[in-house]
Ligand binder design. Structure first.
Ligand SMILES: [Zn+2]
Length: 414
């Protein structure tokens, strides 16, 4: 087994169009130095650059040619050929049959066909297609979406992640996902359509697919506009015994088993960082990262506060199990999305992290994060930034992300 972390980062999961804080479908899958961009929905190229440059990618893999999974290939082509990106060779691109002509039809402006092949080394997928990209092995299966569409099983060091792409429940997906550690499965539909062909999963379908495949863990993604992430997770959980998470944008999941785990230990997938962006100014942000657990009683992590001209960090903030819980504090704020008077305050036991919440008309909440290092360790400074969020859905999503970050092996479920 490799010790290189095998990771899934959610660049975006919205459908069928990007929302203010969530691009369409796109993921970065990495192990060691290997990085593959999986689906290039609109908005995901921007988020990809938080983690990797285009010329550092080992491959791009596209499930199907609907725009919410492939549109950013168009601007990635501009980046690759007409900007500051220096490709040593065209980026290997794996996608459905016809992908190169579809791109060329859009990109060609004159009588001369645009040189799509100079940006991308295109390989068409077929059922059972397999390729090694650095440390990752990608196996594709045809799935049921009404157009040529594929799911993929990505493996590294004996661990496995399966991504459904867009599809109705189908044998190809269930077989591909057999025994996988993590199934990342779409949940576009609130209901099975009364008539016509089914081309997506409902949340119940995702639970059934994960159960039939004996997946270790389910992450629901591509949640349609008629569902909330909370509803999708709750409905999937009712049909699947394992842990169920939501593919919140910006979250990174580690994929693999707990080292030295007991026979019945669950695979784990916890968020390795959480970033809170101010919706009024994305340059203002708070980042939770570098989490580790020393013993049963606490989780350690670092918090960074950034704003133009400010870069503050406290290391080893400690969440003791007897602390007032930050996640619960945020969940209560989300529940009271219609507002409250005055200020609500949360502080951890060591008082190096304080959060003040104030409600503003229009359904927004200002979260003021104050960092103050434990006096004996550093002392002498205190710094605050305020991130504005929507009171309902954004607050719930943040609570869920922090739950994944803080609680992965306490037996809690997000
Ligand atoms: Zn689709």
């Amino acid at each position: 087994m490799t010790s290189d972390p095998f990771r899934l980062t959610v660049l975006g999961s919205a459908t069928p169009y990007a929302s203010v804080d969530n691009p369409c479908s796109g993921y970065l899958v990495s192990s060691g130095d290997t990085r593959v961009w999986v689906d290039a929905g609109s908005g995901t190229l921007a988020q990809l650059q938080r983690h990797v440059r285009l010329d550092e990618l080992d491959a791009i893999w596209i499930s199907h040619l609907h725009a919410d999974h492939s549109a950013d290939l168009l601007t990635a082509y501009y980046a690759a050929l007409f900007a500051d990106v220096q490709l040593a060779a065209p980026i290997p691109l794996y996608g459905p049959p016809g992908i190169v002509d579809r791109l060329a039809h859009f990109l060609t402006n004159t009588s001369t066909r645009s040189p799509v092949e100079s940006a991308f080394a295109v390989h068409e997928l077929h059922d059972g297609h397999q390729v090694h990209a650095g440390a990752l092995t990608l196996t594709s299966r045809a799935v049921a979406h009404g157009i040529p569409a594929f799911a993929v099983r990505i493996e590294a060091g004996g661990r496995s992640l399966v991504y459904s792409g867009d599809t109705a429940p189908c044998l190809g997906l269930t077989q591909l996902a057999e025994g996988c550690d993590v199934l990342l499965c779409e949940a576009e539909s609130a209901q099975v359509p009364a008539e016509g062909e089914q081309v997506h999963h409902t949340p119940e379908d995702t639970g059934d697919t994960a159960g039939a495949a004996r997946a270790g863990r389910l992450i629901v993604t591509h949640v349609g506009r008629s569902l909330t992430p909370q509803q999708a997770v709750a409905r999937a959980s009712a049909r699947f015994d394992g842990p169920v998470d939501y593919a919140a944008p910006g979250v990174t999941f580690s994929i693999g088993y707990v080292a030295g785990a007991a026979r019945d230990a669950l695979p784990r997938a916890y968020a390795t960082e959480v970033v809170v962006h101010c919706q009024d100014n994305p340059a203002v942000r708070v980042r939770f990262c570098d989490r580790f657990r020393q013993d049963e009683d606490c989780v350690h992590y670092a918090v960074e506060a950034c704003a133009p001209g400010l870069n503050a960090r406290v290391d080893e903030v400690v969440a003791w199990i007897w602390d007032a819980d930050l996640v619960r504090f945020l969940e209560e704020l989300a529940r009271d999305f219609q507002g409250w008077d005055g200020e609500r305050v949360w502080q951890n036991n060591d008082r190096d992290l304080t959060l003040r919440a104030a409600f503003r008309s229009g359904g927004h909440v200002g979260l003021t994060w104050t960092l103050r290092p434990w006096p004996t360790a550093a002392g002498g400074w205190e710094s605050s930034v305020t991130t504005w969020l929507e009171a309902g859905e954004q607050m719930s999503a943040l609570a869920a992300e922090l739950r994944h970050f803080l609680h992965e092996d306490r037996g809690d479920r997000g």
